[in-house]
Structures are given as C-alpha cells and as structure tokens.
Design a binder for this molecule. Structure first.
Ligand code: ARG
Length: 613
C-alpha cells in the first residue's frame, strides 16, 4: 500500500495529487515488464486457484531470449491437491500455450522442469528500437512502484571538511536520483547538512574570543573553518573554563540570541559556498534541508514515541531498546540535548507525513549502517513503516558504500592535508585528461581542428566523468583504490574508453554523410545478422537494467551494461559492414540507437558525453 498524497498544503504535493493512481509511465515499461504482463495473464488461466508473481528473467541459454520460471514453484504448491498436471513440465507447457497472442513473441519452447523459453520477434525488437529513435528514449523508462522518493545524499558537515566519503555519497546519490527521475519518480534531493549541535557553541565561542571585532571581519578571515574547528575542539577538551563558556554559548544559540544566530548563519554560509563549488563542478543539484531544519519537530516526535511506550530511561539518557542490538538508540543525551538519531527520527517523520515520500533512501558510508538499522527499526516499532518482509511501501533503505583507498592500500588522503581537498582532486583529473588529449591530438596532427573552448569542455567532461565512473563501476560496498592512471586510461572498463567508443560511433555516422534524423523516419531496421540481433536485443534491455539498478540501488549495474553494450557494438561493427553495404540504412540506425542509449547511460551516471575525441 503506497501512501499517496491527497490533500496537502505545500506546493510539493501538487504533482502527485493531480496524477492518477496509475504510474505516470510514458512507455509501457521494460521488455521484462511487458512479458511479465503476458505471463501473468497466462498464469491466471493456467492455475486460477493460486496467485503467484510472474517470474521472467533474461535467458542465459541459447534456447530463448527470456525465460519464465514459474512452473517449478507452482508444482510444489499444487501437487497432491488433485491437480490434473502430471509434472512441472506439463505446467510449463500450459503456461506457454496460454500466453495471450502478442507481436512480442516469436516462439516458445519448454525445457526440463518447465522453463518456458521465449524467443522475441525480430520485427518487434526492430520496431521497439525505431520507436525509441523517433519518440525519444524516455519512452523506454521502466515503471517503478513509487511516485515520490526522498534521496538523502552528500550531506557534509558545516565547519568540517567535505571529504572523499562525501564525494562518494554525492556521486552515488546523484546517479540514483537521475535514474529515478528518468523512471518518472519525483525525487526530493535532500542535503542533510550537519549544521546543528553542541559543536557550534564551541566554535562560535572560540571565534568570538579570537576575533573580538567579530562583527567587522569579513568571511575571508575565517575562511579556514576546519582549522578553527580543530583548535576550538582542542581548547574545549583541555580548558574547563572555556568548556563552560562554550556550553553557555550553545544555550544562547539555541535560545535564538541574535549575535549567536548571526554567527551561526555566517559560518553556515561560508561552508555552503565551499560545498557549492564541488556541486557545481560535478553538476549535482541538491536542496539543503540541514539538521537544524528538523530540530523544531523533535519534541513532538519524541512525545509520540513516548506515548507509544518506546522511550525508556537509561543511565540518565532517554533511549529506545531495539531487538537484536546490544546498545540502545539514544534519543536524548544525558545533558538533555538531542542528537543525530533524534534528528533523523524527526526528519523521517517529516519525510513520511509532510513530504509524503514513499521511498526514503540514505547514502552514507557503511560505517553508519548500525545507526540506520537501529533508527529504521525504531520507526517500525512506532508503526511508521511496514515490516520489510511484506515488501510494501513506504520503505527506507540505507545505501552504504566502502572506503576509497590510496595506492598504499590505506584510506585515501592527499599529500599534506588530513582530508582530501575535493576541488583539487577534480582539477587534477581535468588537467591530466587535458594533457593526454593534447598529446594525442598533436601526435595525430589533429590539434588544428580544436578550439580552446572545445579542449576545455572536453577535458572537463572526460576528467570529471572518469572520477565518477571509477567510483560507480564498482559494487558500492567494496573498497576501491583511487588511481588517476587507471581511471584516465583509454583501455579497459573506464569512462575514457567509453567516451572514445561513443565518439567513434558519432564519427561513423558523420562520415556516412547520411542524415539519420531523416533515415529514422523513412528507413527501417532489420536484424538478420546474428550480431545485429544480439546488439538489438541488448539495446532493448536498457529499461530493465535501469529498473534493476533502481530496485537494488546499485549504479554499477548500469556501468556494466554500458561497458557490455560498447563491446557488443564493437563486435557488430567488426562483423557487419555499415557504410556502403546493402544494409546501410538499417545499420546506421543501429549505430544511432547505440549512441543514443550510451548517451542516456552517461546522462544517468552524471557524465557529459563527448561527440568528438
Ligand atoms: N552528515 C553526516 C555525515 O557526514 C551524513 C548524514 C546522512 N544523512 C542522514 N539523514 N543521517 O556523516
């Protein structure tokens, strides 16, 4: 049961409220989703007495393109209940026979214990590709089971540096947001900035004492907030009198005293400007709703939890005991202050009840898994979320990721500073890609064709894209080693290789001197050569790959697809002459479709495609 918005005061509600109950899909969903519909219809006729989900998968055997695997499971449910079926194979036969007539399927066959192999019709595959060329790739969007999601990602902390972990969160979160948006889900991109808490009293007090003329000094003078933060912490830990003053400062800040609020605002502003530089380079859009935003909701949320009997006293703190966890979740500290967990509970309450999000996704390093696990459980105990076993919405997910390692196998750091200066890192990726590009262009005598602006834009696209792709191509849970050499190599599974592959397809099309915009309207695609068919089938799998990446929250699934697609294209191009062949039109359209799908993958990964390299 999804929680659809009906009446809500804020403007975010309108798009959901005006939509119908059906998912707002442009196309009819992925191939798998379309086949699943046919299978569902067949299952209703074949075994009306039981209701099961259709199980349709891509077929790895050579007997089919897709496969329906329902027969065995059904057999174990109905055998011995007086069914007329003799064995799972017989059920498979019946499923195949009862598939409603459709132009998608060319033929079926049943193997062993009832696997139904499905061969897609070439003309349907060709038509689906051509339709996409004519009507846009958005028609290939998968259908997801939610309309509105919150993606909580990036989320650095004020006055502390944004480090490489935040970079991972930003890159992974952004690509997930892009994939959901492509799939017609409204995404609330939330930057849960750490902008509240006792540390601000400490920092403000320190700054007031260090700069007696605080009101007059410009932001420039306090630009290096991290250093002041560290110094203030040092002072706080070592000087009890300062600690006292810092604690009073917290009270005054939280009480809303003008001078303290103004200082807090100034500090946030400085940090925000720094974060924004990184977001701008990465072309990432986010809406900041920091911890302070949820602060006013904490008391009422805790009251609700208390009324439900969840909150207990423990060693002076207020806590929630959670089954399976040794230590309880602290929601009010011994000094009466709120913490990370109380803020997250209030934020979740807000996202569920005010923003009416059906899926709430948090992207942080795996180190925070326990925190999320505990507070998700607390929310379930409060009845905010259904049992995850029920596979219902609303639901929450923690998208954890591993460490970035340096060449020494230790946590990745830049030379001198403790945390990586992200901007410098991105700059270096860009300048390295620029010098490699220059070298290659000079060697090939092509440098004359390039304007300075093209050079700049291309090295940015390639350099930043390389950083993103190197991160996204790994399963996010594994640690990976940061290496400029590797990510900027034009060989292997790298963004640079893929940019070249895409640019090469663009150049094939350019050199044909044919107008593909015209061809896609007048010409048609045929898939007679085996390598054409393999490429065509892989192209139309795009939607289900996006669906899988969204469902399992795994961007690497899309990277793998993109890489395989470029390999399949190479095989096709090696074995099928394009320009000057009798199949030229059809093959140029396949080139174009590959380029369009590759570009859409780049787009979803937040990488700017390059058309010439
Ligand atoms: N600010 C936190 C950090 O730097 C991440 C916040 C993640 N989001 C959340 N709702 N807890 O580790």
């Amino acid at each position: 049961r999804a929680c659809y918005a009906t009446t809500m005061g804020d403007e975010t509600s309108t798009s959901v409220a005006t939509q119908s109950q059906e998912p707002a899909a442009v196309g009819a969903g992925s191939v798998k989703q379309q086949l699943s519909k046919l299978v569902t219809a067949s299952l209703r006729t074949t075994v009306p007495e039981v209701e099961v989900e259709p199980m349709v998968e891509v077929c790895t055997a050579k007997f089919g393109d897709y496969q329906c695997n329902n027969a065995m499971g059904l057999w174990s449910r109905i055998k011995g209940s007086g069914t007329s079926f003799k064995n799972p194979n017989a059920i498979g036969q019946a499923i195949a026979k009862n598939l409603p007539p459709s132009d998608i399927i060319e033929s079926t066959s049943v193997a062993g214990p009832g696997f139904v192999n499905i061969v897609l019709s070439n003309s349907w595959v060709a038509k689906r590709i051509q339709d996409m060329l004519v009507n846009g790739i958005k028609t290939w969007a998968p259908i997801l089971p939610v309309k509105r999601a919150v993606l909580d990602f990036s989320s650095p902390n004020i006055a502390k540096e944004m480090h490489v972990g935040h970079l991972r969160s930003t890159i992974i979160g952004d690509t997930l947001a892009r994939m959901f948006e492509f799939s017609n889900v409204e995404v609330l991109r939330r930057n849960h900035v750490g902008d509240w808490g006792t540390q601000f009293g400490m920092l403000i007090q320190y700054l007031f004492e260090k700069f007696p003329n605080w009101e007059e000094i410009g932001s420039q003078a306090i630009g290096d907030l991290q250093t002041f933060y560290k110094e203030s912490k040092h002072r706080f830990d070592g000087d009890p009198e300062f600690k006292d003053r810092a604690q009073q400062a917290v009270v005054r800040l939280q009480g809303g005293e003008e001078r303290y609020r103004a200082a807090w605002n100034k500090i946030c502003e400085i940090s925000r400007n720094e974060f924004d530089m990184v977001y701008k380079l990465l072309n990432v859009k986010l809406e900041e709703k920091g911890e302070s935003f949820y602060n006013p909701f904490i008391p009422q949320v805790l009251e609700e939890l208390n009324n439900k009997g969840l909150i207990k006293e423990s060693e002076g703190a207020k806590v929630i005991f959670i089954e399976g966890h040794q230590i309880p979740l602290i929601v009010v500290k011994r000094d009466g202050g709120f913490n990370y967990a109380s803020t997250d509970l209030a934020a979740l309450w807000y996202r569920l009840n005010v923003e009416k999000a059906e899926w709430i996704i948090y992207v942080t390093d795996v180190g925070q898994q326990q925190h999320f696990d505990m507070f998700f459980n607390a929310a379930r105990m409060a009845g905010w979320l259904p049992d995850p076993k029920e596979k219902k919405f609303p639901k929450t997910n923690h998208v954890g990721f591993g460490l970035v390692l340096g060449s020494d196998g230790k946590r990745f750091r830049t030379r001198s500073t403790e945390v990586v200066r992200l901007i410098e890192l991105l700059d270096e990726a860009k300048s390295r890609s620029k010098s490699e590009l220059l070298q290659r262009l000079t060697e090939n005598g092509k440098i004359v064709d390039w304007t300075e602006e093209e050079l700049e834009k291309t090295s940015e696209a390639v350099g930043y894209g390389a950083v993103k792709y190197a991160d996204l191509k790994n399963n996010r849970l594994t640690n990976y080693t940061f290496s400029f050499e590797q990510m900027l190599s034009d060989k292997g599974n790298t963004a640079v290789y893929l940019q070249y592959a895409h640019a090469r397809i663009c150049s094939i099309i350019r050199k044909s001197n044919k107008d593909v915009e015209e061809l896609k309207m007048s010409g048609s695609i045929s898939l007679d050569h085996p390598d054409e068919r393999v490429l065509g089938l892989y192209l139309i799998r795009f939607a289900e790959v996006v669906e899988e990446a969204c469902t399992n929250l795994l961007p690497n699934v899309l990277c793998e697809y993109l890489y395989n697609l470029s390999e399949m294209f190479t095989k096709f191009y090696t074995n099928c002459q394009v320009v000057g062949s009798p199949e030229e039109t059809s093959r140029l359209l396949l080139c174009q479709a590959t380029a369009v799908v590759m570009r859409q993958c780049f787009e979803l990964l937040g990488i700017t495609p390059v058309y010439k390299l």
